[in-house]
Design a protein around this ligand. Structure first.
Ligand SMILES: *[C@@H]1O[C@H](CO)[C@@H](O)[C@H](O)[C@H]1NC(C)=O
Ligand SMILES: *[C@@H]1O[C@H](CO)[C@@H](O)[C@H](O)[C@H]1NC(C)=O
Ligand SMILES: *[C@@H]1O[C@H](CO)[C@@H](O)[C@H](O)[C@H]1NC(C)=O
Ligand SMILES: *[C@@H]1O[C@H](CO)[C@@H](O)[C@H](O)[C@H]1NC(C)=O
Ligand SMILES: *[C@@H]1O[C@H](CO)[C@@H](O)[C@H](O)[C@H]1NC(C)=O
Ligand SMILES: *[C@@H]1O[C@H](CO)[C@@H](O)[C@H](O)[C@H]1NC(C)=O
Length: 538
């Protein structure tokens, strides 16, 4: 090991696994770990890229970098417990480079990675809407044909695997590091490269102008618990494995199911199994940030715990990637997520709105005090009743990815003047028979009879989803406010909510958008008498 690592619980765990891996791999050839390959993107400066691989115990390994201007960055490290690891000096964006590792001494051997670029590496995680491939999106063939125009956006995909114990390396790779082609991107439904991940990288590349590496590690139909470490689950009281039964897996509108067999999918529902096999192995790679599209499976599984499980998973990933990379990956790396879209137009269930709310730790927007350095792409206005993959899988992934990119530009790259959040209420005033909702920004409003609703109670008391909610039609609106009629409420107006339905509006036709109509207002629920943060509202 070239870098000293803090001796925390994590390191001890990693060392333990190390030994397990070595015993399995005692005749390991000299090589890089599974997710280093030709055409890859390594994290650029100011971070330092971490490289590791297997070798003969005690051997010296020299790692060097050859670019068009000659060779540089020779580094000598030693193989310990069958593994060597080098942390490169910072390299500015660009390339191509060849990265060569030479094992000296008796077991003399050499491995070279060619056509390596330095840029920003983003990890893409989640369930089927992240696994959803480019061949399934609107305008699929036109999108695939653009692939070859982006040779500096490189892709890698981990294969679907589960493990009871955290693994040091990926058991299998689905798509090795590749220069994008139409064929690679337009692979079969749900099994090849993620459309949201690819489009995010492509849009990001347009603004960054330097290489982007995309690492996709996701699995359709899976809950957040499978992607969380035991440590993270413990913090939310979820460490005890629930008896899984098939009804958990059945999601409204999920037809046809992704191609995994049901038993394989059930296995992927177990606590930490995907964290162990598909995330933990990646911890040593230096990354810039992560995006995530998941939550549908949790609308029927630990729904009310999601405001704990999801933010806690983010914190835990951050700490683990930071430790695994020897401090190179930022401890607060940017984390973007998609607020789940819609599943069934006729659904009367509140599971989707409740899950959306939990995704933001019950703030309704991101970043927020619980979820720092995060960004959220709202997607509830992109329903798709005609999707051949079931309405839970809307085909418009371009807008989803675009909204994520806006968040990344503003939050991860600090680009000034990039709006990425839709309008959110700043103030709600009750004045006789009307409510005046003032937004944080200028709004574009269309008439709505029932997307806003008020909770009507006989006495002053907080409301919840099962209280009586009545439509509050829009009466008029101004630059940054909407006036609602509450004349339907004969008792006390005790709460207000917006778009609190599985499928609140038609495609891009919700009542409230940013003034330029780019960003939909996120859904919210508010109590007049008690806000989630415990404060009195309006
Ligand atoms: C990398 O190695 C390949 C194959 O040996 C060679 O053709 C190429 O010129 C090298 N590239 C750099 C940047 O050194
Ligand atoms: C490598 O060396 C360590 C001690 O440094 C030893 O415990 C381990 O068994 C060795 N592994 C192999 C594969 O020789
Ligand atoms: C699909 O293509 C049409 C025609 O070029 C275009 O108007 C539309 O915006 C595209 N849709 C998406 C989601 O990119
Ligand atoms: C990461 O690096 C550390 C330190 O070299 C090592 O103990 C660990 O096994 C590596 N792999 C993972 C997946 O943590
Ligand atoms: C609503 O409040 C805003 C200020 O927050 C104010 O400018 C506007 O006139 C009010 N609208 C009505 C109808 O009272
Ligand atoms: C909104 O719609 C209602 C009913 O269709 C209509 O009475 C009202 O005038 C409309 N309001 C605005 C501001 O367009």
């Amino acid at each position: 090991m070239s870098t000293s690592v803090d001796f925390n619980m994590y390191t001890l765990l990693a060392l333990f696994l190390f030994c397990v891996a070595v015993s399995l791999n005692s005749a390991a050839e000299f090589s890089f770990a599974s997710y280093y390959g030709d055409h890859m993107v390594l994290q650029k400066a100011p971070e330092r890229a971490v490289l590791w691989g297997y070798g003969a115990n005690g051997s010296k390994v020299i790692v060097s970098l050859e670019g068009e201007q000659g060779s540089r960055a020779e580094q000598a490290v030693y193989v310990q417990n069958g593994v060597w690891r080098a942390t490169l000096d910072p390299v500015k964006a660009g390339g191509p480079y060849n990265v060569t590792a030479v094992q000296q001494g008796a077991g003399k051997a050499q491995v070279t990675l060619t056509d390596v670029l330095f840029g920003d590496v983003w990890l893409c995680g989640g369930q089927s809407n992240m696994a959803y491939t480019l061949s399934q999106v609107i305008n699929a063939s036109a999108e695939a044909a653009l692939a070859s125009k982006y040779p500096q956006v490189r892709i890698f995909m981990a294969a679907l695997e589960t493990s009871r114990e955290p693994l040091m390396d990926l058991p299998r790779v689905e798509v090795p590091w590749s220069v994008p082609t139409a064929e690679l991107l337009a692979g079969p439904a749900f099994t090849h490269f993620s459309a949201v991940c690819w489009l995010f990288g492509r849009y990001l590349y347009k603004t960054l102008g330097y290489p982007v590496g995309l690492v996709s590690s996701c699995w359709g139909g899976t809950p957040v618990e499978a992607w969380s470490s035991t440590r993270a689950l413990q913090k939310c009281g979820l460490e005890k494995q629930e008896k899984l039964d098939i009804s958990f897996v059945k999601l409204p509108g999920t037809l046809p199911v992704p191609p995994e067999s049901l038993s394989r999918l059930m296995n992927a529902w177990k606590n930490s199994v995907l964290w162990n096999a598909m995330i933990h192995p990646l911890l040593n790679m230096t990354i810039k940030g992560a995006i995530w599209y998941q939550g549908e499976s949790n609308t029927g599984y630990h729904l009310y715990k999601y405001s704990c499980s999801f933010p806690t998973m983010i914190d835990d990933w951050r700490e683990a990637f930071h430790t695994g990379s020897g401090g190179q990956t930022a401890l607060d790396f940017p984390f973007g997520f998609v607020q789940i879209s819609t599943s069934a137009k006729s659904s009367k269930s509140y599971a989707f709105p409740i899950l959306r709310w939990q995704q933001s730790a019950r703030y309704g927007y991101a970043p927020n005090p619980r979820m720092k350095n995060t960004f959220m792409a709202v997607a509830l206005d992109l329903p798709d009743g005609r999707s051949p993959w079931g309405s839970i899988h809307p085909r418009d992934k371009q807008d989803v990815a675009y909204r994520l990119t806006l968040g990344a530009r503003a939050v991860a790259y600090g680009e000034k003047g990039v709006a990425f959040q839709g309008p959110f209420p700043a103030k709600v005033l009750l004045d006789g028979d009307s409510l005046n909702v003032t937004y944080t920004q200028a709004v574009s409003v269309t008439n709505s009879s029932s997307v806003f609703e008020v909770c009507c109670t006989q006495e002053k008391k907080p409301c919840n989803s099962s209280s009586t909610w009545l439509p509050a039609p829009t009466v008029q609106w101004g630059r940054s406010y909407v006036q609602l009629s509450v004349s339907g409420c004969k008792d006390v107006v005790s709460g207000l909510r917006y778009a609190w339905r599985d499928w609140p509006c038609d495609f891009k036709a919700c009542p409230v958008y940013s003034a330029d109509r780019e960003l939909p207002a996120p859904p919210f629920t508010g109590n007049r008498w008690m806000r989630p943060d415990g404060q009195d509202d309006w």
